[in-house]
Write a protein that binds this ligand. Structure first.
Ligand SMILES: [Zn+2]
Length: 421
């Protein structure tokens, strides 16, 4: 069978498969349907970055979602920049969503009004069910919306592990422990502990961490930084000259994180880690995680985004550490080429139970989860077709790999209590 034909055949099977969506920022549906929506809802997330890089000013980007401004005027501002970004993977997810749910083949001056009207008409209770369950066949979504109240049993919360520790008020009245006031490092640790126990009780299945340089945990150093920060002597802490790679609260963050990773392990919560790509991504080098992975062999780490652009380094974390799983959330809309190459390498490099194939990573534009999933399926189908044609596996074995990546692995990593497929 020719490669294109085989890829098509695999895709058809993938479209029938149930999916665990391994990472979103979706708020409860009630939040989304209470907002006015239009074509620019589809451009309210990652594509903002592409528009900025294409030369659009921040003021103009913000004006796109200002519904006080007539839609026609916003379209005129947007159109020249849309032509510059329409070939990016971020944009493709918007085009796929617009076609699937609102019947427009392209987003143009001729379709944006019709698209906006149809989006608003569909923006009502049942939207998540229609998009995520009926059209994506998603069984459950792991979502990070800053709350355990997700509005639905099949939206499972993942909560932040640590919060900012840079300012006095971050420590004295931690935002995750309303009504609590902390005067010492021990008070702060107790508040963190109580927070983790509470969110787990409320249904959280994991705690999210931002990758950063982690030092050896040092209680004395952490207590000293804690005192300096609450007394407003931040400048003293800043004598290190390590900014921006290290934060001002480096010793404190390292110690608190280490304590919380231990607690996550005890409470059987997965530690999900953002690695790579975002802002000044020098801080987010996945290799910073190695000391934590070494000290916490019993804790399960779900490493996000393949550490883009440190892809090989991240794959190597999966190769080198038994407590690492690699989560391809967000990757297919960063670049399908990169995601396909990484999956191709992952097949040869990693046990089949260590890859999680999909997470949309969206907030407001839930429709784009579908667009992203189409792209993820394409990437997985291409990689599996290649393995079949290379004589490494047969079709049945390839589909079994896909079932593990899309469903069984996240179920088992996050202990989701569904029967495996
Ligand atoms: Zn995310």
């Amino acid at each position: 069978m020719k490669e294109a034909q085989l890829t098509r055949k695999i895709l058809e099977s993938l479209e029938e498969m149930e999916i665990i969506d391994c990472h979103e920022h979706l708020p409860p549906e009630a939040v989304r349907v209470s907002r006015k929506v239009d074509v620019f809802t589809l451009f309210s997330h990652y594509t903002r970055g592409d528009l900025a890089r294409a030369g659009m000013s921040e003021k103009d980007i913000n004006s796109l979602t200002d519904r006080e401004i007539p839609l026609e005027k916003r379209w005129r501002i947007f159109e020249p920049f849309w032509e510059r970004i329409r070939w990016t993977s971020y944009a493709r997810a918007a085009l796929l969503a617009a076609k699937k749910f609102y019947g427009v083949d392209d987003i143009t001056v001729h379709t944006y009004q019709k698209l906006s009207e149809r989006m608003q008409a569909a923006n009502k209770p049942g939207l998540y069910e229609k998009v995520l369950r009926q059209n994506c066949r998603i069984k459950t979504v792991l979502t990070q919306c800053g709350s355990t109240h997700t509005g639905s049993g099949w939206l499972k919360p993942v909560m932040p592990m640590t919060y900012s520790m840079e300012n006095p008020e971050d420590l004295l009245q931690p935002p995750f422990a309303p009504g609590c006031s902390c005067c010492t490092l021990d008070d702060y640790l107790k508040a963190c502990h109580d927070y983790v126990i509470r969110v787990k009780k409320e249904g959280a299945v994991g705690l999210k961490l931002l990758c950063q340089p982690f030092g050896q945990p040092d209680r004395k150093g952490a207590a000293s930084v804690f005192k300096k920060i609450i007394s407003g002597k931040r400048k003293e802490v800043d004598q290190t000259g390590r900014w921006p790679t290290y934060t001002l609260a480096h010793e404190l963050t390292s110690y608190v994180t280490d304590q919380l990773v231990t607690l996550a392990g005890k409470e059987k919560l997965v530690v999900a880690v953002h690695t790579g790509y975002w802002g000044d991504f020098r801080r987010l080098d996945p290799l910073h995680l190695i000391p934590l992975l070494q000290r916490h062999g019993e804790v399960r780490f779900d490493i996000y985004h393949c550490g883009y652009p440190w892809v090989r380094e991240t794959l190597m974390l999966g190769k080198g550490f038994s407590n690492v799983w690699l989560n391809f959330c967000w990757t297919h809309i960063i670049s399908q080429k990169f995601a396909t190459d990484a999956l191709k390498e992952a097949i040869e490099l990693l046990p089949v139970n260590k890859v999680l194939a999909f997470g949309g990573d969206y907030r407001d534009p839930v429709e784009k989860v579908y667009g992203h999933l189409v792209m993820a399926r394409e990437d997985v189908a291409r990689v599996l077709a290649g393995s079949i044609l290379a004589g490494r596996m047969n079709l049945e074995q390839a589909l079994e790999v896909a079932r593990q990546w899309f469903f069984n692995n996240p179920v088992s990593l996050y202990r989701l209590n569904f029967p495996e497929k």
